[in-house]
Ligand binder design. Structure first.
Ligand code: ADP
Ligand code: ZN
Length: 536
């Protein structure tokens, strides 16, 4: 351990270990396997980087992000560590050089893509070398149950067969019991020690709002809570990313887009701007942020419903890594949930996997709709029990509920009748038109003005109906078809409601909740700087 301390101080420049680092490092240096679960910013890298330098031989780090390997290796080299990477971006000649260095034993840390590691050529090379350890970064990628499954990761099960004696360290910032179990199973780590840090990020304020006018809601929130702060905003599509970054630029925010449609050079420029200039906001599709170490991101916002709680938590975890107050803000709506279900239906996945994705969406929607503490619910998802935090929107402003069994029955019975009498399922818009008694073109075309449910729900506005439908979806009193039509179907639970055996409660709308962390140093917005950036 003396050696580990020395490396911590002299190589990485830190004076003490953080959290469970010391325990984990001692364990690995002694030649044991480990499964390490820590939230983003917890300090996972040192857990394998220090043993890599302490133990003889080369440490192999498996990472799914080719784009980031170069950065990671560069940072290590800057600290004087002998690090290299092997992936498809290297030329034949560069590959030869790395292989040569490996044979000479002059590399301590080798970053490698999983598909490269499992190639016969690499296996043969590694077999001839002393190996310090295998670190499997972003280990949740091996789990089909998880939100970020990568088929290339499946091949890693061979590590246990070929190198049973070499320590395997799996690390991830996101894994609930099911994902964790699958990681352990696939990597042969069933008997390995598990180090599970608390997933709580006490400095993050969580808030979730229903969509009305999303861009304006977001803009008002930024002005109220985070003017001039650095933030990341996630949106579902490139088009929405582009649209929102323009909108924010026009309002004086230094916002830059980040998505797969931009050139590599543009993306690199926007990322560098974000990392180096204070107050820059990146508007991105989900592809942005993994592996980026920027400690002072003050907020992460989602303008579309994320696909899973795991993904959401990983993304919001990029806020406030410095431990200072930070926010996670999310806007969600009925259309979001329907569209996500549609995307799952249209994806090439099959059977159980598809069902899991639908479950992930429902769990995420359930988190949005809960009236209880968000943090408690999030931590419960990661199998950690906690008291209500007193510091999320629901804790600060407990939502009220109202009994809505009658309107719920109206909607369910409309679905039921249309199916029984016409053999067809319909989406939200048409159902709401029927309930409100609107003679739309479609209603007339199908003759639905003659249904007994026509007009029975006229006292509720269309937006109130959408609200109820969304909450019924979250409560699983309804589901969306799995063929991608976006139509509503009944569930097991709908029957109890239709038969009057179960009552239905809805959350009342409420006004935006203010965080209580305030903002220590609000920076004024500077429209000119924003313009200069966006045109550059
Ligand atoms: P993770 O991979 O878990 O998200 P990192 O390994 O990137 O976390 O570490 C997060 C931050 O914490 C980094 O800025 C890192 O330099 C810092 N850090 C890690 N370990 C220590 C330590 N023992 N002392 C001080 N800072 C640390
Ligand atoms: Zn709370």
């Amino acid at each position: 351990m003396q050696k580990a301390y020395e490396v911590l101080r002299t190589v990485f420049g830190h004076t003490s270990f953080k959290g469970q680092q010391e325990e984990i490092i001692t364990h690995i240096c002694a030649g044991n396997h480990a499964l390490v679960l820590m939230p983003t910013g917890g300090g996972k890298s040192l857990c394998y980087q220090i043993p890599a330098l302490v133990r003889p031989g080369v440490a192999i780090v498996i990472s799914p992000l080719i784009a980031l390997m170069q950065d990671q290796v560069q940072s290590l080299r800057d600290l004087g560590v002998q690090a290299a990477f092997l992936n498809s971006t290297l030329s034949w000649h560069e590959t030869q050089e790395v292989e040569q260095a490996l044979r000479q034993g002059t590399i301590d840390l080798l970053y490698i893509a999983p598909e490269r590691l499992t190639s016969p050529r690499t296996l043969e090379l590694l077999k001839s070398l002393p190996i310090a350890l295998f670190a499997i970064d972003e280990a949740h990628c091996v789990a089909q149950w998880g939100h970020d499954f990568r088929p290339e990761y499946l091949g890693l099960s061979m590590l246990a067969e070929h190198w049973p004696q070499v320590p395997r360290v799996a690390l991830t910032a996101t894994a609930n019991a099911q994902t964790r179990q699958e990681i352990a199973h696939r990597l042969g780590l069933e008997d390995a020690a598990q180090f599970v840090a608390s997933f709580d990020r006490p400095n993050i304020f969580y808030q979730m709002v229903e969509k009305k006018n999303t861009k304006e809601q977001l803009w008002q929130w930024i002005q109220a809570e985070h003017p001039g702060d650095s933030g990341i905003i996630y949106a579902r599509s490139r088009a929405r990313v582009e649209d929102l970054s323009h909108y924010l630029q026009q309002r004086g925010v230094t916002a830059v887009p980040y998505h797969a449609g931009l050139s590599t050079a543009q993306r690199a420029r926007h990322q560098a701007l974000f990392l180096e200039t204070p107050g820059v906001v990146v508007v991105a599709t989900i592809a942005f942020g993994m592996g980026i170490d920027k400690p002072d991101v003050r907020y992460v916002a989602h303008i579309d419903l994320p696909r899973s709680i795991e993904g959401y938590y990983q993304e919001t975890g990029r806020a406030g890594r410095d431990g200072q107050p930070a926010s996670a803000w999310l806007a969600y709506g009925l259309q979001d949930a329907i569209q996500l279900h549609r995307m799952v239906a249209e994806s090439p996945t099959q059977g159980a996997f598809r069902q899991q994705q639908a479950q992930h969406i429902n769990a995420m929607l359930g988190l949005c709709e809960t009236v209880h503490c968000r943090r408690q619910r999030l931590l419960a998802y990661f199998d950690e029990s906690a008291e209500p935090c007193g510091y999320c929107d629901n804790c600060l402003s407990p939502g009220r509920q109202w009994e809505g069994t009658v309107p719920a029955q109206m909607l369910l019975s409309a679905i039921y009748r249309l199916w029984r009498e016409h053999g067809q399922h319909f989406g939200a818009t048409h159902l709401i038109a029927i309930l409100r008694g609107r003679r739309t073109e479609r209603v007339i075309q199908f003759g639905h003005q003659h249904l007994s449910v026509f007009g029975v729900g006229a006292q509720y506005s269309a937006s109130q109906w959408r609200d109820m439908a969304r909450q019924m979806l979250a409560q699983q009193l309804l589901r969306v078809d799995s063929q991608g039509y976006g139509t509503f179907l009944l569930t097991e639970q709908s029957r109890a409601v239709l038969q009057g055996k179960q009552s239905v409660w809805f959350n009342q709308k409420r006004r935006p909740v203010q965080s209580q962390h305030g903002h220590a140093n609000p920076r004024p917005l500077d429209p000119q700087r924003a313009q200069a950036v966006s045109s550059g």
